[in-house]
Write a protein that binds this ligand. Sequence first.
Ligand code: TXA
Ligand code: MG
Length: 359
Amino acid sequence: MKTIETVYWQVDPADAPQSAAVQEAARRLGRGEVIAFPTETVYGLGADARNTDAVARIFAAKGRPADNPLIVHIADPAALDALVGPYHDTARLLMRRFWPGPLTLVLPLRAGAVSPLVSAGLATVAVRMPAHPIALALIAASGCPIAAPSANRSGRPSPTLAAHVREDLHGAIDGIVDGGPTGVGLESTVVEVDERGGVQVLRPGGITLAELREIAPDAALDPSLVASVPADAAFAPRSPGMKYTHYAPKGELTVVESHSPEHAAEWIRSTLAAARSRGQRTGVLTFAERAPLFDADLVVSYGRLDDAGASARELYAALRAFDENGIDFILGEPCQNAGIGFAVNNRLRKAAGNRWLQV
Ligand code: TXA
Ligand code: MG
């Protein structure tokens, strides 16, 4: 792809509404440019959702498959009506409770409201209002609904720092607004609300199923999520033929789960030793208090055992660290599978291309 000039702006989130940099980035969005910016989840790569040329540049810069639709970001719930057709009242209640915040709602698309590339030809559109002062100021100043997937090259871990965006997209996009580290660290919870008010979680994230059920008691996980994350000890490893390529480090990551923390540590140590003797550079992804148990070329911790929120914030940067250090064999320990830990494990499984062992 042709290299273009990427402009960088540093913005203090507290100054976002008055920031000249935000104003300039917003003008550029309005002219059809493609600009990365921070949200409370991960950095997004934004463009005017109504402008097909601009949206096409998002897909090109990311190397994203055309059949994967984008989330449209708004700065005010009132902007929703221009994007969607009639929807169930449950969606309204969810917005009232969780917007601004890491909840994306999949609702009926208002015909012609966004470029067909955004919805990938579906009859629905995904919309969210992010809880980040820079995102909100930028979207409001642009006057556009902003289509924004995570600002990573397709397949790589999502960016939680502007430096991650630069790593993946420098020279391929028009600008990057650096507002420091993002908050949640994982992408938003994506929820479909059907015409009867049925609520299904399509992608777990910062808003948990338990929180959704306070508003919609029958909210359920999409069946693919139930099958793909081990809910209990009886879980057996699934067919390695089911390949996921999301969030993947370049090295081969396998998740190792056990009832016994001691046994897991022992199994990991001996498996690492074997990999080393084959000449591989080894890595371990674990928790701060367990890091001293392992001897590998790179040991990265992501949070502590009892703090899945920290694991969520640190997971993607941890995965990138293995690449930076040229690690080719990685064993990872999963989070406690509760609260946001469920979403962390969902991303970990995808990063591992479904290699999840019970030892
Ligand atoms: O936190 C986030 O949601 C971040 C930040 C930047 O806002 N954005 C993000 O976008 O994660 P992306 O494109 O990486 O993920 C969008 C997800 C994909 O899983 C996509 O398939 C799903 O939302 N999606 C979008 N439109 C959809 C639709 N109409 N129906 C079902 N799923 C949809
Ligand atoms: Mg993404």
